[in-house]
Design a protein around this ligand. Structure first.
Ligand code: COA
Length: 168
């Protein structure tokens, strides 16, 4: 059976992308409150989607059902390598989300496949991503797709009150 069509995102998709992005952030912050959004996150992310859709280094793909309903999205960017290791350019997948009722139907697999094709077309040979430690479903997904551990990100809180949300 053919899967749901995957296509590049366009400007008109921004409202749907924001809805799905919010649902994703809600789900991820439920696993760890350190991923909670600040009060102006919507505004920031709307501007970010507008910028990314005009920037050839950012790739956004969507799964579209019935020619009108966006049920998933994924985002990658092309970044420079660190200059002293072999990858000259590194693709980074920053987001992937599939609406809960559409999961386990291969949508994320197809979104990832499309992003990897687009990244390879730009000459990228290495792709990296981060997964929250407590996000067991995402870990299972990436492992099933053949991704390996590379490094662990550590975090330590700074003194309360030293950091404020943008625009606060
Ligand atoms: C992770 C996520 C994108 C997977 O989307 P999906 O469309 O359900 O994934 P697929 O159907 O393409 O799954 C492909 C394979 O990955 C594995 N997999 C996916 N989700 C899994 C889960 N929750 N538990 C165990 N294995 C899982 C399975 O092997 C699956 O194949 P199968 O269904 O034939 O067994 C989705 O659960 C999601 O949006 N989660 C919330 C957001 C999120 O965590 N994003 C990732 C941030 S790094």
């Amino acid at each position: 059976m053919e899967g749901v069509p995957i296509r590049n995102a366009r400007r008109g998709d921004i409202p749907s992308l924001l809805l799905l992005w919010n649902a994703m952030m809600k789900e991820i912050s439920a696993t760890d409150s350190r991923f909670a959004l600040h009060a102006r996150a919507q505004e920031h992310q709307t501007a970010q989607f507008q910028r990314w859709l005009q920037d050839e280094k950012h790739l956004i793909v969507v799964a579209e059902e019935g020619g009108r309903l966006i049920t998933g999205f994924a985002i990658a960017s092309v970044t420079a390598g660190n200059g002293w290791q072999i990858p000259v350019r590194v693709g980074r997948i920053s987001d992937i989300y599939v609406a809960a009722p559409r999961r386990r139907q291969g949508v994320a697999r197809r979104l990832t496949g499309r992003l990897l094709d687009l990244l390879y077309e730009t000459g990228v040979g290495t792709v990296r991503l981060s997964v929250a430690v407590g996000n067991d479903g995402a870990h299972a997904f990436w492992r099933s797709m053949g991704w390996d551990d590379l490094e662990v990100v550590l975090q330590k809180g700074v003194e309360p009150g030293q950091e404020t949300a943008p625009g606060a």
